[in-house]
Design a protein around this ligand. Structure first.
Ligand SMILES: Cc1cc2nc3c(=O)[nH]c(=O)nc-3n(C[C@H](O)[C@H](O)[C@H](O)COP(=O)(O)O)c2cc1C
Length: 197
């Protein structure tokens, strides 16, 4: 598939068929992830793949974390509606045959950073974003649907402990054969986001 077509036609998919992904396709997706550019070529990523056999436990861990957030004992204060959205995302993840968790191997989760640490973290997260987008486009080209997920932050500590990492958990990507064909979601008009100097 032509890259411009993949960019134009990729959609976030939130309904998946109950059909596993070929291991060879998972490998192609991960391979695309490691081909991304990265700041100073640090390649600050690690991918933890949770397949069908891990799904039940993954969902249990996420629900436990979300419950803690609801009781006000988590990282967020007053997350309100965000918690309901996270619950919805967790339901999607429970349906997806496979989820990849993406770890930033260059940084630990810290809320107080020096300017140097902050800029390094910004660079690492950009590199990881490029890697994730490579994986999403490759999945699309293979006929798979994907969802890039940040709602995992609502079960952050529980997931990090389950994944066995003390590094920064950046995102998850759920993958599977699409059971929906959504229209393109709205985009801001080019002239409203581009300024020519
Ligand atoms: C960094 C990032 C985090 C996202 N987190 C979630 C999420 O937790 N749950 C969800 O349903 N969608 C999530 N999305 C998907 C966005 O909602 C989606 O990309 C956006 O609405 C545009 O739709 P499209 O991907 O179909 O073009 C996320 C996307 C990005 C890039």
């Amino acid at each position: 598939m032509d890259i411009t077509e993949a960019i134009a036609k990729r959609r976030s998919i939130r309904k998946f068929l109950d059909k596993g992904i070929e291991p060879g396709d998972v490998e192609k997706i991960l391979q695309a992830g490691i081909m991304a550019p990265s700041a100073k070529n640090r390649q600050p990523w690690k991918f933890i793949v949770a397949g069908a056999k891990d799904r039940e436990e993954m969902v249990r861990v996420m629900r436990g974390g979300l419950e803690r957030e609801k009781q006000g004992a988590g990282l967020f204060k007053g997350a309100g509606q965000l918690l309901a959205w996270a619950e919805h995302t967790f339901r999607i993840m429970a349906e997806a045959p496979l989820t990849i968790f993406i770890i930033n191997t260059g940084d630990k989760l810290r809320f107080e950073l020096s300017p140097e640490e902050k800029f390094q973290e910004m660079a690492n997260i950009q590199s990881i974003g490029a890697s994730i987008q490579n994986m999403l486009l490759t999945a699309h080209a293979l006929g798979l649907g994907s969802l890039w997920i940040n709602d995992i932050y609502f079960a952050y500590r529980d997931l990090c402990s389950w994944l066995g990492t003390d590094q920064e958990l950046i995102a998850a990507v759920s993958l599977g054969y699409p059971a929906e064909n959504p229209q393109q979601r709205p985009r801001k008009a080019l002239e409203t986001v581009v300024e020519w100097k």
